[in-house]
Structures are given as structure tokens and as C-alpha cells.
Design a protein around this ligand. Structure first.
Ligand SMILES: N[C@@H](CCC(=O)N[C@@H](CS)C(=O)NCC(=O)O)C(=O)O
Length: 216
């Protein structure tokens, strides 16, 4: 029995897309929280995820937090579906490099953009934190765009969970102002559209009420 606990439009989206790509049976349980981020439903959620964050993936007795770890484990369990290259290959190493870069470097920059007040003790400091996050996210977008080139995916024609992760972050990046919007970059926008052209990934985004195309 697989259960994904989460909230649409958050770090839940990547494992949600993976589950739909795999075509396995699962239940999606909506997590509800107060404005301060304290989980209120399901009642025992804090026992699953000690920080009250989303997502959490439960597979039988295994309780897994960390969105990237959830994606990786699901892809490994269904290796025949080809969402992750085989262990020990150069392709696997490169896919892991992308996944780790996205979750370790890019995702924290988004957290500074969305929750700037958490990163300063100065009551007037949040705007500066957010402006710095926009600068960093713009530099990261340029790096990704350059590596993507003609794509369509991070590793050329080979699609993996790293692409799913990038599509999730890219959907957050559309909230950056003006030219900093991630979809103002043609390569990054084309990557999102290529991922969303896949029926499984698209179904997850549709279920979450997200954007299924960079064209509106
Ligand atoms: N490193 C964790 C981060 C999870 C995380 O920060 N989730 C956000 C939603 S995207 C959250 O639950 N935020 C609520 C909060 O920080 O109060 C992961 O990738 O799963």
C-alpha cells in the first residue's frame, strides 16, 4: 500500500509525478496546516514527518521523507519503467548529480524566495533576502539553461526523475518577477513543456491544479 501525504504545488509534486509516471496504485492524502505551518490533518501527521513538512511517502511500513529520496526510491522499486538509469552507470551518476544539485542547491534558494523572513533576524531584512534569492535563482536558471541546450531533457533524450524534479522547481520559478521568471528562459520553458507532454507527469499536475504548459 502506497500513500503520498502532501499539499498541491509544493515539494509533493515531484513524487506525485513519479507515481503517475509509474502508473502504480496509491492514495493521495491532503495535509492541512495552520498558517504557522503546524499540521492539523491527518491528526498523526507529525509522527510521520517530525518537522511537519510535506511530502511524506509511506510504502507499507516504510515512512520516507525528503522529496528527492521519495522519487529515487519509487524509481528504484520500478526500475523496469526506466525513470532512473541502472546503478553503477555513468548515466546514473549524472542523473544523481542533477537530482542532488536540484534538491541541495536550487530548492533552498526557492525557500529563501518564498519564506524570506525565516532567513533574517532583521525585521526589515526580508526584502533583501528575497532580492538575493532572486539573483541566485537567476544565476542557477542560466546554468541549467546552458546545460539543457536543445534538450529536451537534462540528459538529452533520456528522461529521468531529475527532469521531474526540475519541472517541479521550474513551476515554482514561474513565480519570480518579470524577466526572472524561469519560464522567461526558452530552454527552461521548453524543458517544462517536454516533461508535461508526458501523460503521467501531466496527470499529476492537472490533479494539483498546476500549469500544464508554459504558454498559459
Ligand atoms: N527538504 C524537504 C523540504 C520539504 C519542505 O520544505 N516542504 C515545504 C513545502 S515545499 C513545507 O512543508 N513547508 C512548510 C514549512 O516550511 O512550514 C523535501 O525536499 O522534502
Amino acid at each position: 500500500m502506497i500513500t503520498l501525504y502532501g499539499i498541491p504545488g509544493t515539494a509533493t509534486t515531484a513524487p506525485h509525478m513519479v507515481l503517475e509516471e509509474l502508473g502504480v496504485d496509491y492514495e493521495f492524502v491532503l495535509v492541512e496546516r495552520t498558517d504557522d505551518g503546524v499540521p492539523t490533518a491527518p491528526a498523526d501527521y507529525i509522527t510521520l514527518n517530525p518537522f511537519g513538512k510535506v511530502p511524506t511517502l509511506k510504502i507499507d511500513d516504510l515512512v520516507l521523507t525528503e522529496s528527492a529520496a521519495c522519487c529515487l526510491h519509487l524509481a528504484d522499486l520500478h526500475a523496469d519503467k526506466g525513470l532512473i538509469p541502472a546503478v553503477g552507470t555513468v548515466e546514473r551518476a549524472e542523473a544523481m548529480r542533477w537530482l542532488m544539485f536540484l534538491t541541495n542547491t536550487v530548492q533552498p534558494a526557492f525557500l529563501r524566495f518564498f519564506y524570506p523572513a525565516r532567513y533574517t533576524n532583521d525585521p526589515n531584512g526580508a526584502d533583501l533576502v528575497q532580492a538575493n534569492a532572486v539573483d541566485e535563482l537567476t544565476a542557477l536558471r542560466s546554468h541549467i539553461s546552458g546545460k539543457l541546450g536543445a534538450g529536451p531533457f537534462l540528459q538529452g533524450n533520456a528522461f529521468s526523475i531529475a527532469d521531474i524534479y526540475l519541472a517541479m522547481l521550474s513551476s515554482w520559478g514561474m513565480d519570480l518577477p518579470g524577466d526572472a521568471s524561469w519560464w522567461a528562459d526558452a530552454n527552461v520553458a521548453a524543458h517544462y513543456d517536454a516533461v508535461l507532454a508526458r501523460p503521467g507527469a501531466r496527470r499529476a499536475i492537472e490533479e494539483e491544479g498546476g500549469s500544464v504548459s508554459t504558454q498559459g
